[in-house]
Design a binder for this molecule. Structure first.
Ligand SMILES: C[S@@+](CC[C@H](N)C(=O)[O-])C[C@H]1O[C@@H](n2cnc3c(N)ncnc32)[C@H](O)[C@@H]1O
Length: 363
């Protein structure tokens, strides 16, 4: 079985009807971001009467009166639902093959997969179909494949080779590191580029979900990337104190309730050696009221109940309290530039307000 091409459901093995459905979702998504969002902004500017500097509350009130807003909101939610339906159907069509892959792990792995069947998953994690993915990413092995396929197209214009994650690794991370841990590593798309960035380094991926870790392990082995994947809570990794040069994570903090965000930061600080670096790629409000309303309300549209927890958490103080210095949010451009030390350039279309939490462990 492993000799076959199918390790993930990649585009090369999608049937024409599946490819067409995914193309439709991607086109819908681009239309929504490039055309509907700017049109919504025009309505907003007219309704606000050219005012600027309004509060988020006032901007929210205005946005809710705009004729386009229900349509804008529905489009985002509907495309996400179509995405999961399409990805779910594609996984089910290949169910036997995919389950067999999990049943037969690599015989002589270069890396390692350490699962903890007894690990009690927190209720805040299992009680939510995060991103509207039915059943989440933790219950059934197939959910990892569904998530992987969905993740390929969820990034606007960036469904090729995870350029986004490579940009993060190339522009936001320190030049050298010998021990690195990726918190909330998912199926490994944020972890694999670390192996290329730090040849010879010990690279560890931590996640709560066994299915995504199984897939991460399979893919890493197929690609010959040595990674140790651990099923642990990012707020309680069990790894040795002071053992890491770099603790990183992408798109995970916004999935955590506020108290867990603070515990995850404390854990990252514990793991870092003096002078080591913390880098978490996240979202952070832009300060532009209209854009921020559409960002905040993405939480409801996409079923991300802790999204607002991140914005309400004093993350920089939490870093300082746990011995991290120089904590700062630095903007990030997912299209081409990566880290933006001088802040965002003007953008007309809808985009996630990508921002990197950076800090160093006091030396
Ligand atoms: C949006 S995914 C991001 C995955 C990957 N970092 C990426 O960028 O593609 C968030 C991941 O974090 C994991 N996760 C959520 N809470 C966690 C926690 N407390 N500890 C470890 N992993 C967690 C989820 O299971 C999921 O795989």
């Amino acid at each position: 079985m492993r000799g076959e091409v199918v390790v993930s459901i990649d585009e090369a093995v999608l049937a024409l009807d599946e490819r067409s459905q995914l193309d439709f979702v991607l086109a819908l998504r681009q239309r929504w971001a490039d055309t509907v969002y700017p049109a919504l902004r025009e309505q907003y500017v007219r309704a606000a009467g050219g005012a600027s500097g309004e509060s988020l509350e006032e901007a929210t009130r205005i946005v809710h009166t705009l004729p386009l807003y229900p349509w804008f909101s529905w489009m985002e939610r509907a495309q996400q639902k179509i995405l999961w339906r399409t990805a779910g159907d594609a996984a089910l069509r290949r169910e036997q093959k995919l389950r067999a892959l999990f049943a037969e792990p690599p015989a002589e792995p270069t890396g390692e997969l350490v699962l903890h069947p007894g690990l009690e998953l927190p209720d805040w994690y299992t009680g939510v179909d995060i991103h509207l993915q039915p059943g989440g990413v933790w219950g059934d092995d197939l959910s990892a494949y569904v998530y992987e396929l969905g993740a390929r197209i969820v990034m606007l214009r960036d469904n090729d080779d995870y350029r986004f994650h490579r940009l993060f690794v190339e522009t936001a991370l320190p030049d050298t590191a010998e021990r690195v841990v990726d918190i909330g590593c998912g199926f490994g798309k944020s972890t694999r580029p670390l192996v290329d960035r730090y040849p010879g380094a010990e690279v560890i991926g931590v996640d709560l979900s066994a299915p995504v870790l199984r897939l991460a392990h399979l893919e890493a082995e197929r690609l010959g990337k040595k990674i140790r994947f651990l099923q642990r809570d990012g707020a309680d990794t069990g790894l040795e104190s002071g053992s890491m040069d770099l603790v990183t994570g992408t798109m995970v903090l916004h999935e955590l309730p506020s108290d867990v965000i603070v515990r995850a930061i404390a854990e990252a600080a514990r793991l870092l050696r003096p002078g080591g670096s913390l880098r978490f790629l996240e979202f952070w409000p832009t300060g532009e009221p209209f854009r921020d309303v559409t960002v905040y309300e993405h939480a409801e549209r996409n079923n991300e109940p802790y999204f607002r927890d991140l914005f309400a958490t004093d993350v920089l103080s939490a870093c300082a309290e746990h011995g991290l210095v120089g904590a700062r949010w630095v903007r990030f451009d997912e299209r081409a530039k990566g880290l933006l030390p001088d802040g965002y350039e003007p953008r007309n279309e809808w985009h996630f307000p990508w921002t990197v939490l950076c800090a160093e462990k006091a030396g």
